[in-house]
Structures are given as C-alpha cells and as structure tokens.
Design a protein around this ligand. Structure first.
Ligand SMILES: O=C(O)C1=C[C@@H](OP(=O)(O)O)[C@@H](O)[C@H](O)C1
Ligand SMILES: C=C(OP(=O)(O)O)C(=O)O
Length: 418
C-alpha cells in the first residue's frame, strides 16, 4: 500500500517493539533447552514470526499465546521426512537455522522470499558442507540434509556476522569440541556480543581468543524463565532521529540502557550532531539543537545508517558514512537505495565507493519515496517527511512489517508541530 505522509516535524511519545536481534537468539535458545520458557516480546514482527514458525516445524511448540506473551516448549526430536522452513525475508532466521538443522540431522527445505535468495550465504554453506551437510539450491529454496560434525570451522568476519552467530549458537550442541577461526576482523561485532550474551544466559560456555573461539561440545541450553525481551534500538532510531528535528522532541520508552545492542550508540551520535538528549531508566528523549554534520563508521551499526542519513541530509556541512559496503547486502542495496530515496526528496547524497557523502541542505522538498520493499528505507522516508516542506508518498509502505508492524500506527500518533 502507498502511504502519503504530511510534511513537517513531529512530536510525541512512542513505545518500541522488543529487540528483534535479541528475540531471535532467545527463541532459539529456548527451543533448544530442556524445559519450557515463558517469553514476552512486544510487537512480534514478520521476521520473528518466521523464526517461530520454523522452530514449530522442527518440533518446538508455542503455547498460551496471549498478546505479546507465550511459552516456548522445546523441541525433542525433529519430525521425520522433509520439513518446510518458511524463512520469509529474514536473513537472521536462515543463517541461524542452517547450522541448527545440521545439528538436529533433519531433512529440511529452507524457503526464501524477496531478496533473501540473493543475499550472501556462500562462506557459511561451504563450511557446513565441509562438515557433513548436503545443501542444494533449487530456485529460491535450499534443500538441506546430513549431520553436522564437530571440528575446525573457518569464516570471514566481514561479510555477515550472522554466519558467526549461527555457528556459535549451534556448535556447542555437537558431541565433540569445535573451533571457529575468523579470517578477517568481524564487522557488526555488537551482534556477536548479543549472541555471546544469550549463550551465557543459557549456561553455554565458550572461550574467545583473538579472532577465534574454542567451543566445547556436548552442551545444552538452560535459559532461565521468564524472559522479557528488551526494547529494540534499531526500531527506536527513526523516532529518535525525528526528535532531533524539533524542540518539542520525541520520547521513546521501552528501551534499556546500557544495552549490548550496537544501535544503542544512537543517543551519543545525536548529541555529537548537536541534538539535545535526555535519558532516564524508563525513556530517552531527543530534541532539536543546531544540527551539524558527522562522520560515522557503518561497520558496527549497519541498521542505524538509513535513518541517520535522513538527519544528516538536513544537518549543516558534509557528513560521511564510511565502511558502508555491507549495506548493499541487506533487504535492498541500502547504500544506493538511501541515496536515491533522499535525493528524490530534495537531498544531496552521493555514493563514493564504500562511503556515502551527504551534503546538508536546509530543508527537503518531498515527493515520492521508493523504499525498494525494504523496511528500514520506508522508515527513513518517515524521518525525511519530518524535514520536508511538501508531502511524501511512500511506496509499498507495508514492508515495515518485517521488523515493526505497528510502525505507521506509532508514527501516526505523533502530532505535527510547526
Ligand atoms: O545478528 C543479527 O541480529 C543482525 C546482524 C546484522 O547483520 P550482518 O551481520 O549481516 O551485518 C544486522 O544488520 C541485522 O539486521 C541483524
Ligand atoms: C538486515 C536486517 O535483518 P536480516 O538480516 O535478519 O534480514 C534488518 O532487520 O535490517
């Protein structure tokens, strides 16, 4: 559905959904444990529902679903025969479940939608194949069988941290000792820290050396119950950026500080740009200041970059987003996509190799924004509308379902304050 956004700065208060990254990991750890875990996660998104559907297909059970709360009953043995795993467009679901299916020795078909079949997977597939699994692509589906064996695994660190997280979650369940060596320094490193946090909470041990892990086998998950998933800093980002455009500001609740989520660095980045930030244990409020350009390394915070670019588009001076090549491998080519989307609304952005250069202008004009079916680009258009003089038409705005189904409802509740 196309959606027309009125121009102008917004003010209001928003409660964000539970962290998608933390929830994926907790759901897996719960499904692989011995006793049921009660989970509360505000605003389950399509990606999280995909993970839950796959875990159910593998034999776990979702029980007593009431609003945002449910009980996950662990899987014992996966059902015999070919199991269909509907991953939707979720990279995390696919990359985390591939090695786990090998641990379970299940025969499965990973179903991929949207851009997912074209996102990077090769290095992970090569390691899984080298360690006992058979993987065959047919159209958008991946046919997988075989038992994963313990041993020495090697992965590049700079393509997707999800390859690394997937192996770290699965290898401790194998009967023997494994190692995982990274051949290049990890990007998206905070996401690996989130994985290590859930492993610790599940009582799973591993030793981290420099770019290598030693992973004892024969372990199992024992996640304490209940678990309440903390708020999602990536989902909060568009609203916090909108707050920086108006002195009345925006308050976001449901977040935790400090948090291991890499995107929790946003308040510090906004302060550096000149916004006024107040944090309390319950909320974060961002208000306008005189916005100035910033230079940011996209490596640890890829999902923050699109909404931040909308703010940089109207900050004084030239902003630089460095090391942003991996933005090309997300639900869309976000490097090109964010530049074209904001330029279409009156911004001045250029892609310069792996960097983005953003030349701040006083106001954006508005127009049509094509998010390329990418939720983070659709939310970026919503930030941009707050800095526009004319309306913004967002094409295919429902793509926000991937991470934040209530996004437009929450956005619509803010008031436009001129
Ligand atoms: O592990 C995770 O939860 C994620 C890791 C990041 O991907 P990459 O490691 O591919 O950068 C991030 O962009 C994605 O939205 C979620
Ligand atoms: C890239 C994302 O998710 P995934 O890799 O899980 O598809 C995202 O949510 O921005």
């Amino acid at each position: 559905m196309n959606r027309v956004l009125s121009p102008g700065p917004r003010t209001g208060r928003v409660t964000v959904p539970g962290s998608k990254s933390r929830a994926h990991r907790l759901f897996l750890a719960a499904a692989l444990g011995r006793t049921p875990v009660q989970l509360t996660c505000r605003g389950l998104s399509d990606d999280l529902l995909a993970t839950l559907s796959c875990l159910e297909a593998l034999g776990a059970q979702v029980e007593n679903l009431k609003g945002d709360r449910f009980t996950l009953v662990p899987l014992s043995a996966p059902p015999a025969g070919e199991i269909l795993l509907p991953c939707g467009e979720s990279g995390t679901t696919l990359r985390f479940l591939l090695p786990l299916v090998g641990v379970l020795g299940a025969e499965a078909v990973f179903q991929r939608r949207g851009r997912l079949p074209r996102r990077p997977l090769e290095p992970l597939l090569a390691e899984l194949t080298r360690h006992g699994m058979t993987i065959r692509a047919q159209g958008d589906d991946l046919f997988v069988r075989g038992h994963l064996t313990p041993g020495d695994y090697t992965l590049p660190g700079h393509i997707s941290s999800q390859f690394i997280s997937g192996l770290l979650l699965a290898l401790p369940l194998l009967p023997g000792h494994s190692t995982l060596t990274l051949t290049s320094p990890p990007q998206s490193a905070p996401y690996i820290a989130l994985t290590e946090q859930v492993l610790r909470q599940g009582g799973v041990k591993l030793r981290r050396g420099e770019n290598a892990y030693a992973i004892p086998g024969g372990q199992g998950y024992a996640l304490p119950s209940p678990q309440v998933v903390e708020g999602d800093w990536s989902a909060a980002a568009p609203f916090l950026c909108i707050g920086a455009l108006r002195s009345a500001g925006v308050t976001v609740t449901g977040l935790t500080l400090p948090s291991l989520q890499g995107d929790s660095v946003l308040p510090a980045l906004l302060e550096k740009m000149g916004a006024v930030v107040e944090t309390s244990p319950q909320s974060v409020t961002v208000r306008a200041g005189t916005l100035r350009a910033i230079t940011v390394d996209a490596g640890p915070i890829p999902d923050l970059i699109p909404p931040l670019c909308a703010l940089c588009a109207v900050a004084r001076g030239e902003s630089r987003i460095r090391n942003a090549r991996r933005l090309r491998d997300k639900e869309s080519d976000r490097l090109q996509g964010v530049a074209e989307l904001l330029n279409g609304l009156g911004g001045k952005l250029t892609v310069d190799g792996d960097d983005l250069r953003i030349f701040g202008v006083p106001r954006l004009q508005g127009g049509t924004a094509d998010p390329r079916s990418d939720h983070r680009l659709a939310m970026t258009a919503a930030v941009a509308a707050s800095a526009c003089t004319g309306p913004v038409t967002v094409l295919d705005s429902d793509c926000v379902q991937k991470s934040y189904p209530a996004f437009w409802a929450d956005y619509g509740q803010m008031t436009i304050s001129r």
